[in-house]
Write a protein that binds this ligand. Structure first.
Ligand code: RIB
Ligand code: CA
Length: 346
């Protein structure tokens, strides 16, 4: 049976791989995509997402524009991480696809009401629009079948401040409203949280791009390296491989610049893989709350693993996975999609 999914993104390089992963997976039925401001402004997120649907020759899928600002603070974007348009060095043609007439929050509410107990939500960006949807429909946690969140850091340093992670950093008020809303959720409906503790073990490297190209039958095989200049662009014969090479190379350069190695943490496609197969992840229940008042700790996610606060768990935090299993699925699925859509001409 196909899994109905609402995807909420801030596309974003790794968001784009999450979208391609879902489009490459027969068991995923994408009901709608919410464009949330984060890596880049919401309108750019929407434009990137629509263009990626064209690249993937996807059927019509609703893309709904989210709020232009977080709930309580001005928007902060991160073009230095994801590139001026949000897709690294890649540039995609402008699409004829149009935005939905309804807002992202309204789309969330309408879709979960239309499919009670049957939809999985996957959030790979700030939680602004999910929080707005919860304000409209407080029953959303039980109307959803499951929620998967890429966000937070627990027993692990932050990637935006010493203690907080980007998606929470952008809109901590929204994150707190979301975790609080799930405080009464039954155990089998607690959000599965893919935090930096795990997603920073999902290290994509140039060899993975070569493997994707081989799986797609794309030529030539391109071995990108830190010595490549910013103006270099892929000549891959397969348009999806060319996109991935130009997008992910920017992410490699970013991680290299911050002494993390010539690699890229694939936060969002890992969360997408867990959405389709929760068995990929080992989880542990905890009560999660978000610091809002701290001067140096604001937007930090805190996990109470031992019930010290006397509150029921509201999250299943991923505490283990096998990155190699994930990458095997990513290469197999996205490589096959690329080969199927753009077969090599004899
Ligand atoms: O901290 C990593 C997360 O922030 C990822 O979802 C990335 O796309 C950015 O949104
Ligand atoms: Ca993201």
């Amino acid at each position: 049976m196909r899994r109905k999914i609402i995807l909420d993104v801030d596309t974003g390089i790794d968001d784009s791989l999450a979208l391609l992963y879902l489009l490459a997976s027969a068991e995923a039925e994408l009901l709608g995509i919410a464009a949330t401001a984060g890596n880049v402004p919401a309108a750019q997120v929407a434009a990137n997402t629509l263009a990626l649907l064209d690249l993937a020759q996807a059927p019509p899928i609703e893309v709904a524009l989210g709020a232009s600002e977080p709930l309580a603070i001005p928007l902060r974007t991160t073009e230095d991480t994801h590139g001026p348009q949000g897709l690294g060095y890649a540039e995609l043609p402008v699409t004829a696809r149009e935005l939905s007439a309804r807002s992202a929050a309204r789309m969330w509410v309408d879709l979960v009401r239309a499919h009670p107990g049957a939809v999985t939500g996957l959030c790979t960006g700030p939680l602004t629009n999910l929080a707005l949807a919860l304000r409209i429909e407080p029953e959303l946690p039980v109307l959803l079948d499951r929620l998967v969140i890429m966000g937070g850091a627990f027993n692990h340093p932050g990637n935006t401040t010493p203690t907080n992670e980007w998606n929470i950093h952008v809109d901590p008020e929204a994150a707190k409203e979301v975790f609080d809303a799930f405080s009464a959720a039954p155990a089998d409906r607690r959000p599965i949280v893919c935090a930096l503790d795990i997603t920073e073990t999902i290290e994509m490297r140039p060899a993975h791009l070569v493997a994707l190209a081989e799986a797609a039958g794309s030529t030539p095989l391109e071995h990108v390296a830190a010595t490549d200049t910013p103006d270099w662009r892929s000549c891959a014969s397969n348009p999806i491989i060319a996109y991935l090479t130009d997008a992910v190379r920017f992410y490699f350069d970013f991680h290299q610049h911050y002494d993390l190695g010539y690699l890229a943490h694939m936060h969002d496609p890992f969360a997408a893989a867990v959405t389709l197969d929760p068995g990929l992840a080992r989880t542990r229940p905890a009560t999660v709350d978000v610091e809002l008042a701290g001067t140096i700790t604001r937007a930090t996610t805190v996990a109470d693993w031992a019930g010290m606060w006397g509150r029921e768990p509201n999250a299943d935090i991923v505490i283990g996975t096998d990155p190699a299993v994930f990458f095997d699925r990513l290469v197999t699925r996205v490589g096959a999609l690329a080969r199927r859509l753009y077969p090599e001409q004899p």
